[in-house]
Ligand binder design. Structure first.
Ligand SMILES: C[S@@+](CC[C@H](N)C(=O)[O-])C[C@H]1O[C@@H](n2cnc3c(N)ncnc32)[C@H](O)[C@@H]1O
Length: 232
């Protein structure tokens, strides 16, 4: 299914995410519950394992998660040994940022930068020791955000709000930088068609295997995790 074939839903609205994180902030304050882990812990482990295999934590490379929610993936990267000062998350929901910062303060992750930013409208702040965000990031991560954006209302020409996403992601990356995405709405082939284009300069790099399910005589994975690399 292409992004323009998806039916819009509440998950594609900022109002939805604002109300989710307002509730999750209240839950965290009441009980310490850190909130939902999208796609489960297995998806977090698999993305961290991919990072460890491809980008050494010994190097101070800059890593940005687009739509970082409660920050689970970035905390897992910090636990795996990545330099907290080089990790950043952006989310357009102010309460998502607040939740991630509150959790960070209980986990010694205060040096991870969480900031409010609409990925489709604004540029994230540059990584540490850089003055520019464009062309500066070594690794961009997405776990469920491209999926959410693709569920937004289409414009008058029927274009999905996700249409500009691949180019916006690619231009933030350094030459040779990676984009690692986990999606439940798009297959590997659909992600390749959207991201590995001449306009982005991204090329398919590798995939992470997820358990396969069979249904109606067909088998496939519930999620796709794919890495792309920006041409040097
Ligand atoms: C499915 S949740 C995933 C959150 C997080 N990546 C995780 O795995 O827990 C999608 C996230 O994308 C954020 N989001 C959606 N559209 C966005 C946009 N245009 N700019 C920044 N964040 C966005 C939402 O607020 C939400 O936190």
């Amino acid at each position: 299914m292409s992004d323009s074939e998806l039916e819009p839903s509440r998950l594609g609205t900022k109002a939805h995410w604002d109300s989710v994180y307002e509730q999750e902030v209240a839950n965290f304050e009441d009980t310490g519950d850190e909130g939902e882990i999208w796609f489960g812990e297995d998806s977090v482990e698999k993305m961290v394992d991919w990072a460890l295999e491809n980008i050494s934590p010994a190097s101070d490379l800059s890593i940005l998660e687009v739509g970082s929610g409660n920050g689970t993936l970035l905390f897992a990267l910090a636990e795996a040994g990545y330099n907290v000062s080089c990790l950043a998350g952006i989310d357009y929901s102010a309460d998502a940022v607040k939740l991630a910062q509150m959790i960070a303060s209980t986990r010694g992750g205060e040096k991870i930068t969480f900031s409010q930013c609409d990925f489709l409208a604004d540029l994230p702040a540059p990584p540490l020791a850089k003055t520019e965000s464009v062309g500066s990031w070594d690794l961009l991560l997405d776990k469920g955000t491209y999926d959410a954006i693709a569920l937004g209302e289409k414009d008058a020409e029927g274009r999905s709000p996700a249409t500009p996403y691949p180019e916006r992601a690619a231009r933030l990356l350094k030459d040779g930088g990676f984009f690692l995405i986990t999606s439940c709405n798009f297959t590997e082939e659909e992600l390749k068609a959207a991201f590995a284009t001449p306009l982005t300069g991204l090329k398919y790099h590798s995939r992470v295997k997820h358990p396969s399910i069979s249904f109606g005589g067909k088998s496939g994975s519930v999620y796709a995790t794919i890495a792309f690399q920006k041409s040097v």
